[in-house]
Write a protein that binds this ligand. Sequence first.
Ligand code: M6R
Length: 606
Amino acid sequence: MCGIIGILGQKNVASALVDALKRLEYRGYDSAGIATLYNGEINRLRAPGKLRNLENKLADCELSGTLGIGHTRWATHGIPNEANAHPHMTDQLCLVHNGIIENFHVLREQLVSKGVTFESDTDTEVIAHLIAQELIIHKDPAEAVRHVLQKLDGAFAIAILFVGYDDLMIAARQGSPLAIGHGDEEMYVGSDAIALSPFTDKITYLEDGDWAVISRQSLTIYDKNGQSVKRNTKKSDVISYHVDKGNHRHFMSKEIHEQPEVVGHTLAHYIDFANNEIRVPDIPVDWQRLDRMVISACGTAYYAGLVAKYWFEQIAKISVDIDVASEFRYREAPLKPKGLSLFISQSGETADTLASLRYCKENSQHILSIVNVSESSIARESDTVLPTLAGPEIGVASTKAFTCQLTVLACLALSMAKLKGVLDRDQEIDMVKALVELPRLMSSILNNEHEYESLSQELSKARDVLYLGRGINFPLAMEGALKLKEISYIHAEGYPAGELKHGPIALIDENVPIIFVAPKDNLFDKTISNMQEVAARGGKIILLTDAKPDDINCELMARIGLPTAQSLINPILYAIPIQLLAYYTAVFMGTDVDQPRNLAKSVTVE
Ligand code: M6R
């Protein structure tokens, strides 16, 4: 989604704005722009496409000014051309916006009827014209912004410069995240702490409805009622991470290879290795009475929740209702007071997941979240936060965040089972020992990476790919299909293998690769039967398994051998081959692996 940066600096800020936008590239965008204020005037540069197009323009002109804003735009209203790129401006001001103004049609018509002409198709431009109109009445920028914020419906984060005010920026947040950074006689505004990390680690997060009047030496925050409020300033830990590709060609490759290490860090957070004991923080619910819980998440995080449903039900004996958050938030699910609701999110900013969380909060649930960004909105609005220690995930396709989410969820399931008295000490030791093996076994899979390259060349020729799995492997099949389609653009579907005969089998012919996620577990023989049904129809089977070739009485296109492990950790191990298959297929096809078309890393609009 769109990224925002603003700098009230001491030196010319144009190139620092572009550098900061590079740190926001991972969020996904299709055009970019910057504007600075110099000698009381606003100068703006915008370009469709990648940031290098903007950099090329900047190289050809001088953009002076120590006060500026910048933006990467992920198109919602209007195609990604220069006219729709931000910043948007009038004679009096210039602004950048992340989010959607839901009532922009009405507002635009009102403005048009007053004679205002629009340069773009965006919802954003109405905000600029509305503020310009209020400025005529109130003269004071802060007063003008305050009046306009009351008229806007939807989600937004904005940063605004005003002609003639070279020590003023106004920022506002409703729904979309916004951070304010404190420097040495400099101030910054950014969509996240990663964008601000080269400048400062002192961050103040605006809360929903807040707006801020910022100068180089001061910050005044108002809430939605116009009352001046204090918000905490924290030291961000983002600064301690190096956000670069290292020796890897893509962030996704780097992040796939980091998994043994970051899963190890996550395990260390939730396991007492010396005593083979699970160590999850207290969650204040009545465990003896709790027999049901709700999980809500989106995309890959939702598939992590689906895997966990099997763990919570089979190990902890707690029934799970799980929905994608965009459905849950409007489903009006009745919830028993004092229940437990779990939200899973890498970014901690996903709009639908956050809205589901707020629904559960209003319905007196204990809010538990598993997030990778500890300063995110979801983390801040939760009663209990279980962090994943994956470090910043830059590739749009989620990889290490997924395996870290699964690691936390496995530990949580064991902890809940203990609290409910359905896991004895011997079982706990056995399962903890299995979890501790993860980094070693993940590394051993990554050591055979070359196997995936040749197979991916075959996959890249396919128009459709099916992923099948049974039981806890079914969510992995869905995750495999999501990974492949989002970065290679090949159509892929994940199905429960037992559902094959109820429809998808009609798709099978010699041109459709079918990837079976099938460790040798209690359902393996059933899955083999499904494989035979596929083979009988000429389907090309790729089998991910630890079963030995002699156990597989079926013709295969390929067998990817995986290590034999305790069944608890199989979903975490089998995540790696599906990531590698998708990655190498995309590399072979030459797509933009880290920033695939149309996708955003942090989905802050619904
Ligand atoms: O930040 P979140 O975990 O809440 O994001 C949820 C999804 O948008 C995300 O997992 C998305 O599906 C990824 N692109 C999948 O690789």
